[in-house]
Design a binder for this molecule. Structure first.
Ligand code: G6P
Length: 612
């Protein structure tokens, strides 16, 4: 949600910032802007509605020998429409300060009133502009920029990740965070500020993850870290363990397609080194819990948003079946305000690709406040969730750039499957059962490759969806969350209204929608419920519905009632979702691409929703 970049060093600061900003464009892309200081220390600001390429069109060429400081921003609008005037950076009355911000200033109205009474002229509809004026208000003679920022932030209610420059102190950028992620990148004679590592990985792998209410001043010679209450902080420098190539599209047309194809590798990365074959169990050391502690767990709560919530639903099916431990699932946004009941011996997992989703973080804090032990399953190394949980597991999927999540989903599911084995082995699973589950998982990557090889055929099938207004996705048991995920993918990137349903629920409502126009996508794999799903699909057929089915290789029934069948390899029931979701991801991708839409940056969405 909004991307922030700052650079100070010897190179061309505007070029570096714009290039870094492009790597953050997935966070928001309705407008963008940059601020730099010219060689006579005058603040230069450019802003543009639309994507970063629009901003580039209006930027002059800056002299590389003189342009050494810049801050930049790509926006996902919260307060005020995506217009040039609402785009960041924002400035104060004096025009000396420029500020970029991610987050929400909740008390901006009362602050705006007080500032206006004191002579501030606010030009935009944003909450952010209030903060730049507030800093300006404190930035008087004898007060330096960092002090002014600290004074302003003490009055702010809400969340922020900010970077600020001043024409009066041209050798520094001041940055601070509360609730919105921000990192400092440490280069050689150069320093960076960024919303996430992705932006600056080509320049440095040494980073500091700022904590809430920390403030940093960077110059070309170093940095100074403290809290906004003036307590000096000893920096903890982390080394990023992935490479720049991970965030390149390679030969793929879109990141999403690349990420769909990567899943054979990313699933393997999720399980690699996490088996103990000799004990027929899994090893999830990051949980920081002994076998005895895990053995005492009587209930699990899984909490997340979006695609990660679909992982939770699947986790319920898997863990209850494999480990016989009751699992409760919750949308983070609902959990946080529901006054949830947390009993003793309950283990809570928050699941988040980014590790920065605001609602999920709030749910984590609520669960902790209720006394729960909370663990995280995240992709975002060093993310807020990874830091605020008592332990957890990284999915190691590598950076996921496409706004519609794909590889993170299958990696999260893989981790919950491993958890099912681990908890199951303490309960009803034998050594042989555990080993069987492990060995079946090891076969999954090769099977995924067999499905992605069908991409071109799925593109042909996608042509039947291009003009559809609605689509229905059906599945039962472990395929119900996959149906939800298939529908979510389609609506996110193709803007076709789609619903996911447990197949048997179709007769309780959605059946009324079925006609010759409506595509119905059904997951009907060979398992115990196959016959039941087949009957449901005949009900679709009887109403002239257009049926597209995902079937197990060798199935000879579904082609009789389906317009098209996509065959996938056989695996055990518990692992089928890792396979059945792949054709649905590909279908959504191809439909959106055939409709000529921006697959990686669908309208109105953002990759990481760091506001409530
Ligand atoms: C946004 C993204 C989704 C994602 C959801 C949860 O809505 O567009 O793709 O599933 O946030 O994100 P998280 O990072 O917490 O998994």
């Amino acid at each position: 949600m909004c991307g922030i970049v700052g650079y100070i060093g010897k190179k061309n600061a505007v070029n570096i910032s714009i290039e870094a900003l492009k790597r953050l464009e997935y966070r928001g892309y309705d407008s963008s802007g940059v601020a730099t200081l010219t060689d006579d220390n005058v603040l230069y600001i450019a802003k543009k509605k639309g994507k970063i390429k629009e901003l580039e069109k209006v930027l002059p060429k800056f002299d590389s020998s003189k342009c050494h400081i810049a801050i930049a921003h790509t926006r996902w609008a919260t307060h005020g429409e995506p217009t040039e005037i609402n785009a960041h950076p924002h400035t104060d009355n004096s025009g000396n300060i420029a500020l970029v911000h991610n987050g929400i200033i909740e008390n901006y109205k009362s602050l705006a009133e007080r500032l206006t009474e004191n002579g501030s002229v606010l030009k935009s509809q944003t909450d952010t502009e209030v903060l730049s004026h507030l800093i300006g208000f404190f930035y008087k003679d004898g007060v330096d920029l960092e002090e002014a920022v600290k004074s302003a932030l003490k009055l702010v209610e809400g969340t922020y990740g900010i970077a600020v420059v001043s024409s009066k102190e041209p050798d520094r950028i001041v940055a601070a965070r509360k609730g919105s992620p921000l990192i400092v990148g440490i280069g050689k004679d150069e320093y960076f500020i960024a919303s996430d590592v992705n932006a600056i990985i080509i320049h440095t792998k040494k980073v500091i993850y700022l904590q809430d209410e920390e403030i940093v001043t960077i110059t070309k010679d170093g940095f100074d870290l403290s809290t906004i209450d003036n307590v000096s902080v000893q920096p903890e420098i982390s080394e990023v363990d992935w490479d720049a190539e991970d965030s390149d599209k390679g030969s793929f047309k879109h990141f999403m397609l690349k990420e769909i194809f990567e899943q054979s590798t990313t699933i393997e990365n999720a399980f690699r080194g996490r088996f103990i074959d000799s004990l027929g169990t899994s090893r999830l050391g990051g949980l920081n819990m002994t076998t005895q502690e895990l053995h005492k767990i009587k209930k699990i709560i899984l909490i997340a948003c979006g695609t990660s919530y679909h992982t939770c639903i699947l986790g319920k099916y898997l863990i209850e079946k494999m480990a016989r431990v009751p699992v409760q699932i919750d949308y983070a946004s609902e959990f946080r305000y529901r006054n949830p009941i947390i009993q003793e011996d309950t283990l809570v997992f928050v699941i988040s690709q980014s590790g920065e989703t605001a609602d999920t973080i709030a749910a984590l804090r609520e669960a902790k406040a209720k006394g729960a032990r909370v663990l995280g399953i995240t992709n975002g190394i060093g993310s807020t969730i990874s830091r605020e949980t008592a332990g957890g597991t990284y999915i190691h999927a590598g950076v996921e750039v496409g706004v519609a999540s794909t590889k993170a989903f299958t990696s999260q599911v893989t981790i919950l499957y491993l958890l099912g084995i681990r908890l199951g082995r303490m309960r009803n699973l034998s050594h042989g059962d555990g080993l069987f589950y492990i060995n079946e998982l090891k076969k999954i990557p090769a099977k995924i490759d067999l499905i992605t090889q069908q991409s071109e055929r799925i593109r042909e099938i996608a042509k039947s969806f291009v003009d559809s207004k609605n689509a229905l996705f059906l599945g039962r048991d472990v395929h119900f969350p996959v149906a939800l995920e298939g529908a979510l993918k389609l609506k996110e990137i193709s803007y076709i209204h789609a619903e996911g349903y447990p197949a048997a629920e179709m007769k309780h409502g959605p059946i009324a929608l079925i006609d010759e126009e409506m595509p119905v996508v059904a997951i009907a794999l060979k398992d115990v419920l196959y016959d039941k799903v087949f009957s449901t699909l005949q009900e679709v057929k009887a109403r002239k519905g257009r049926l597209f089915t995902i079937a197990t290789e060798g199935d000879d029934q579904l082609d009789k009632i389906s317009e098209e069948v996509i065959y996938i390899p056989h695996t055990i029931h518990e692992l089928q979702p890792l396979l059945s979701v792949i054709p649905l991801q590909l279908l959504a991708y191809h439909v959106a691409d055939l409709r000529g839409l921006d697959v990686d940056q669908p309208r109105n969405l953002a990759k990481s929703v760091t506001v409530e």
